[in-house]
Structure formats: C-alpha cells, structure tokens
Design a protein around this ligand. Structure first.
Ligand SMILES: CC(C)(COP(=O)(O)OP(=O)(O)OC[C@H]1O[C@@H](n2cnc3c(N)ncnc32)[C@H](O)[C@@H]1OP(=O)(O)O)[C@@H](O)C(=O)NCCC(=O)NCCS
Length: 161
C-alpha cells in the first residue's frame, strides 16, 4: 500500500523531475523556446516565488505531500495552497500540482492524492477545491470529473506574433 507523508529534503530531485515533466506536458502546445525557458527557470522560480527551503514551500498556506511506494520510493506528489477567489471572495483549497511518477500511474494513486486534497479542504474548513488543468489532459480531466469537479471558467489565449 502506498503511503502519503510530508515532503522531505531528500525528495527534491524526484519532486523537481516530476514537476518539470508535468509542467512541460501542460506546455505541450507551446513553442519550444517557452518550454526551454520554463525548464531553465523552474527551480529558481520555486525558490523566489514559493520561498522554497529544504523542507519545501514556505509561502502562504502551502502544503506539499509525497506519495511513496511500499519500499519508500518517491511515487508522486500533491502540492496545495489556499487561494481567495477574486469574484466571490471565498477562500478555496488550490491544487498547484498533483502528479504520479509514470511507472506508478493507473493504479488508483492519483485518485488517492486527490481524495487527500478534498480531505485537506474539509480539515481546513474550506468550501471548495480548485485546480487548473491542460485542456488536452484527458486522463486528469476524467479523474477530476469522476470525483465531481466541474469546469467553471475556461482560460483562453491568443498568440500574438
Ligand atoms: C493525472 C494523474 C495524476 C492521474 O493519476 P493516476 O494514478 O494515473 O490515475 P488513477 O489510477 O488514480 O486513475 C484515476 C482515474 O484517472 C483516469 N485514468 C487513469 N489512467 C488512465 C488512462 N491510462 N487512460 C484514461 N484514463 C485514465 C480514469 O478516470 C481513472 O479512474 P478509473 O480507474 O476509475 O477509470 C497521473 O496520470 C499523472 O501524474 N499524470 C501526469 C501529470 C499530470 O497530468 N497531472 C495533472 C496536472 S493537472
């Protein structure tokens, strides 16, 4: 059975590799220079924007959990924060990243992490859980929809050349 625990300093390399992979997948349709720029900046952005320390993000009410395999191997992570919705003013739990290492996917572990996010929102007495997902990420969208997540607002972009 996998185990969910807090992030530790030794998780950094595995965390960063999986977070980069997830970010790059979201940028799938972006020009190569945007992907390269993201990959080159991400570790530094984590430090400057999220107050990253050896113990993980310290900014706001961030919480970073790690899923580990039976033998203690890093198998995925769930990074959450609280966010005030500009329109309603309500504070919700915001999932910044949820990801499972490729070889552990489709075993129900992503669902396990997302169930933990819902539980975390309840514990924090927040009324909702939100996240942003790539429009073409069918696996993640299917999981969220099965769990009762609904698309409320859609981000749209036009590239100016
Ligand atoms: C999205 C992700 C977290 C899901 O985790 P997972 O452990 O693979 O998914 P689970 O095994 O928990 O499956 C949950 C649901 O996802 C969907 N799913 C999982 N694998 C799938 C596949 N290969 N094809 C289609 N749907 C799939 C199904 O709806 C599944 O529910 P079901 O088993 O009842 O049909 C994982 O695939 C991942 O890390 N992807 C890369 C990173 C990413 O895209 N993160 C989300 C960013 S918003």
């Amino acid at each position: 059975m996998p185990r969910i625990r807090s992030y530790r300093p030794a998780d950094w390399d595995s965390f960063l590799a999986l977070d980069l992979e997830t970010g790059l997948a979201t940028l799938r349709q972006s020009p190569q220079e945007e992907k390269d720029s993201f990959a080159a900046r991400w570790a530094e952005t984590l430090k400057t924007s999220w107050g990253w320390t050896d113990s993980g993000p310290t900014k706001d009410k961030s919480s970073l959990l790690v899923l580990e395999d039976d033998d203690g191997s890093f198998a995925g992570h769930l990074w959450m924060n609280e966010e005030a919705d500009a329109l309603s003013g309500a504070t919700r739990l915001w999932v910044l990243t949820v990801a499972i290492v490729a070889k552990y996917r489709s075993r129900g572990w992503g669902r396990l992490l997302m169930e933990r996010a819902v539980e975390e929102a309840r514990t924090r007495k927040l009324g909702s859980v939100g996240l942003s997902v790539g429009a073409d990420n069918v696996v993640a969208r299917k999981l969220y929809e099965e769990m009762g997540f609904e698309a409320t607002r859609l981000s749209m972009f036009k590239r100016i050349r």
